[in-house]
Design a protein around this ligand. Structure first.
Ligand SMILES: C[S@@+](CC[C@H](N)C(=O)[O-])C[C@H]1O[C@@H](n2cnc3c(N)ncnc32)[C@H](O)[C@@H]1O
Ligand SMILES: [Zn+2]
Length: 230
């Protein structure tokens, strides 16, 4: 009979050999980089711009590396209360502890989309995605990539890497000046709004501009991309 070891994951001792479960609260730390070289390299290629690495452990990825327990990090703080303003980072990468109480995980998920401007990279045993492909805590982030890998660490459990990208904010006013299809007079611009068309997968926010014709007294809406109406 072969024996199994869980080197570099002290959490396993605290659970007397059982796999740490979600909802338990003993401290989960690591004594060596858990990510194999290929995974660390792959994740590195997915970071855009100024990057925060939450729960960085022994990984060197990220411009700012944050952890609550590890040595040699930039910021010592808890993942559920990130000491940064809104949208402080282009990308936020996280590999949270395996166990954790549910509330702290929810708070952490909310914090990630608060401080991320463009992208969230979430590596764990679940994906925080809803059935429409949206990040559960903020629907402006859409799932754009999903990868999994089979580790020797992480208690031998399949790992999922979810990539969420924020949809760019709508443009205020289109460049074109549309005319009324009925009377051919210039239309009056009212407002721009975003909609998520039903049935589209992956869900993509669409920008819609609302106009009115003061002569015919009708409202007309146009979709747009890059300010060009269609
Ligand atoms: C799964 S490990 C990260 C492993 C890392 N990716 C690596 O390859 O070495 C999770 C990390 O979260 C840290 N951690 C645990 N609870 C935390 C909390 N509340 N806030 C921030 N970091 C925490 C642990 O110290 C540990 O380094
Ligand atoms: Zn008209």
């Amino acid at each position: 009979m072969s024996s199994v070891t869980y080197n570099h994951q002290p959490g396993i001792d605290k659970t007397k050999g059982n796999i740490p479960l979600a909802g338990t609260s003993h401290i989960y730390t690591v004594t060596k980089l858990l990510w194999p070289k290929e995974i660390e390299e792959f994740l590195g290629t997915q970071l855009v711009g100024f990057t925060l690495h939450v729960c960085c452990g022994m990984s060197k990825l990220g411009d700012i590396r944050l952890d609550l327990y590890q040595p040699n990090i930039d910021i010592k703080a808890s993942m559920d209360r990130l000491p940064f303003g809104n949208e402080s980072f282009d990308t936020v990468l996280v590999d949270p502890p395996y166990n954790s109480k549910f509330q702290i995980m929810h708070d952490m998920l909310s914090e990630l989309c608060r401080v991320a401007r463009k992208r969230i990279l979430f590596q764990h045993w679940f994906s925080p995605v809803d059935k429409l492909g949206q990040y559960k805590k903020n629907h402006k982030f859409i799932l754009t990539g999903l990868y999994n890998w089979m580790p020797k660490t992480y208690f031998g459990r399949m790992q999922i890497v979810s990539i969420f990208d924020k949809i760019p904010p709508p443009i205020d006013k289109p460049k074109d000046e549309p005319t009324c299809p009925r009377c051919k007079e210039k239309l009056t611009y009212i407002k721009t709004r975003t909609i998520i068309p039903k049935g589209a997968y992956p869900p993509q926010e669409m920008i819609v501009h609302d106009y009115t014709c003061n002569i015919c007294n009708i409202n007309i809406s146009f979709g747009s991309r890059d300010g060009n109406l269609f």
